[in-house]
Ligand binder design. Structure first.
Ligand code: FES
Length: 129
């Protein structure tokens, strides 16, 4: 199984847990502008993954979340492919890019290659390598 490298990943603060608790999905952004989908499920479970469906670029932040007990899946609103929100795997063989999350104190953190923001405010030209 091909895993994407996480060598360049670090833990980045997303925001306050209380502010991020919404049952519907929302779009957040990496510093470069890459959109991510953020979903919350009770109790205190957050999932962050690419907002762009690997099938045909459907908006996964608008997808439905299904808690199947042993796994949680997002269903793409365009053609209804579903993806495991932790492993990224799907029955189609396509793979979604997913990111680990962790709650530390009052804040949610994501293990990602870039800092994240709730708004698309920063451009890649501002990123120092
Ligand atoms: S674009 Fe997501 S299933 Fe087709």
């Amino acid at each position: 199984m091909a895993e994407s490298s996480t060598d360049t990943h670090q833990w980045h603060c997303v925001g306050k847990v209380e502010d991020l608790k919404r049952t519907d999905g929302r779009k957040i952004y990496m510093e470069s502008g890459t959109p991510l989908a953020l979903f919350y499920l009770d109790p205190k479970r957050f999932f962050i993954f690419s907002a762009i469906c690997p099938h045909a670029k459907g908006p996964l932040e608008q997808g439905d979340i299904e808690d199947l007990g042993d796994c949680v899946k997002v269903v793409c609103p365009l053609h209804f492919y579903s993806f495991d929100v932790e492993t990224g795997q799907s029955a189609s063989g396509l793979r979604l890019t997913t990111y680990k999350t962790e709650i530390r104190g009052d804040n949610l953190y994501v293990f990602s290659p870039e800092p994240v923001s709730l708004e698309k405010t920063k451009l890649s030209s501002n990123v120092q390598k």
